[in-house]
Design a protein around this ligand. Sequence first.
Ligand SMILES: O=C(O)CCC(=O)C(=O)O
Ligand SMILES: [Fe+2]
Length: 321
Amino acid sequence: MSSYPPLFLPTNLLIQTDNSGNSSQDLDLLPVIDLQNLNPSDIGEVCRDWGVFRLINHGIPETLSNQLHEETKKLFDLPFETKKDICAEANIPYFWGTPALNSVNAAMLTKNVNWVEGFSVVLDQLQLIQMEHPALFSFRSLLEEHGQHMARLSRNIFKAMVTDLGLDLTLTEPYLSKSTGLIRVYRYPHCSETEKVLGLDAHTDSSVLSILSQDNIGGLQILKDDAWFNIKPIPNTLIVNLGDMSQAISDDAYRSVTHRVKVNKCEQRISICYFVFPVEDTVIRSSKYKPFTNQEFRSQVQEDIKTTGTKIGLPRFKLGH
Ligand SMILES: O=C(O)CCC(=O)C(=O)O
Ligand SMILES: [Fe+2]
């Protein structure tokens, strides 16, 4: 327990958010995409209907994923103060609760705190990070290897999407920039009040694609046809979801799926998420939205979170509004 940020200790359970009344169903219907048999029209169909799918035969060695999850767990298991110090030294952003609240007053902690702690690593900057601490040593090489697989998977999937949409294949370069690849590793502490808190609030990702490697605890839910569905953890599979950029690029044909994370009563959950974005100053053109760059989109999201408390996202850029 000493590894938990103080916010997550039982005595600090002040949260008033009410998530009850949202029943959910187990979802075995989630479409499966086989990377060895990748077909643009299959990808197109799941991107239109779901915006999320399970990826199999992805070619990531099981030992790599297991080791990465083990090292991640070890890192989170360190005492809270040690984690903070190591990350400050290594220049790795470490966050807990709702990131925006970390430096704000405690009164705000009474609502909408996300039951999560995590580290963010921009893969391109991995070499710059001071990883001398033994806890970070193998973490870096595992992240690097995992990141290379993520870049390969997202490139292949995005190529199939672009083909399905009938867009110019040269778009795969600026719209999916490997150098923007970012990994967030999360720990969702267990929590007795599963109806009162969420690991992550309902949201859509701002990415082009997000690829998730989760442990066997479960908790991820997607919104489909106004109902929440549990995405079951299945060993050696990945969950791929489309972000806002894919929805814009596809003129709203594809869906940026709304999802959230529930916490578990008894066990913590670990997940490792990869996000990839367009080149910073590439203009995203769409018949449904004003032209915007990734940079403009991100600044708008930040501003909306600051002023309204939530991300507004794509509707901000919708034409005719
Ligand atoms: O941890 C998960 O399962 C999902 C994380 C997520 O949705 C996000 O980081 O945007
Ligand atoms: Fe997400």
